[in-house]
Design a protein around this ligand. Structure first.
Ligand code: SF4
Length: 231
């Protein structure tokens, strides 16, 4: 009996990337306590709108994206009308989000691809979504998780990348490597919420330059070298 318990503990630890399961669970519990209702901050009312908003959010704040999308979606509420929009029309509407030439090409290309190959509906698999112009893996994961409740991966944006490494949950030096590590150690049922929670934590507490460690409820679980306060 004792032997089985030990074997199952070792197996459980190995399944979670060699990190102590208790520590991971404690981090998840602390995130639930701090951010019980963390949600995507991009305003949207359909998978199509979320896809476009996520493409526009590259190198731009969600607040800025939320300022331009109401008019954009009023003019082009579905892929069909946007597929017919001209690039200058789109550029004028999204200019303030930065990189607007490329973003206009991406959202026009996304609309045309969805109309031509997916019957005008945003597809619901990672493989299909990542064929859409402007939708790399991170964008696809956002749409799958938020719009369809499907956890095929973990969204790793700049906040998730930084904080997962600070907490010692991942060591990878690229978002792709960090995502793979997180997928190994986190229960799949937590993949979607975990990203939202870390994004909120990054915006409110775990700042890139000066983390507010004295206000962080994960402080005792964090051994990051750039902590600004130690209990
Ligand atoms: S203790 Fe500091 S560095 Fe660690 S997660 Fe909290 S805010 Fe970030």
């Amino acid at each position: 009996m004792k032997k089985n318990t030990k074997a199952s503990t070792v197996k459980k630890s190995a399944q979670r990337g060699g990190l102590a399961p208790d520590r991971i669970d404690a981090i998840l519990k602390a995130l639930d306590e701090a951010y019980p209702a963390a949600r995507c901050a991009l305003t949207h009312s359909s998978p199509w709108e979320l896809l476009v908003a996520t493409i526009l959010s590259a190198q731009c704040t969600d607040a800025r994206v939320n300022m331009v999308t109401p008019e954009l979606f009023r003019r082009f509420p579905t892929p069909a009308p946007m597929a017919k929009a001209t690039l200058p029309e789109l550029e004028a509407l999204i200019r303030t989000t930065g990189f607007f030439h490329n973003k206009a090409k991406s959202i026009q290309g996304a609309a045309r691809k969805i109309v031509a190959e997916f019957g005008g509906q945003v597809p619901q698999t990672l493989a299909e979504l990542t064929t859409i112009p402007g939708a790399a893996r991170k964008t696809a994961n956002v749409v799958l998780g938020v719009s369809f409740g499907k956890a095929e991966g973990v969204v790793v944006d700049t906040h998730v990348f930084r904080i997962a490494r600070r907490l010692g949950l991942a060591k990878g030096d690229t978002p792709q490597k960090v995502e793979q590590e997180l997928m190994r150690i986190l229960p799949q049922s937590r993949w979607i919420d975990f990203s939202h929670q870390l994004i909120h934590h990054g915006r409110q507490i775990c700042d890139a330059r000066k983390p507010k460690c004295d206000r962080c409820n994960l402080e005792q679980l964090c051994h990051s070298k750039d902590k600004t306060w130690q209990s």
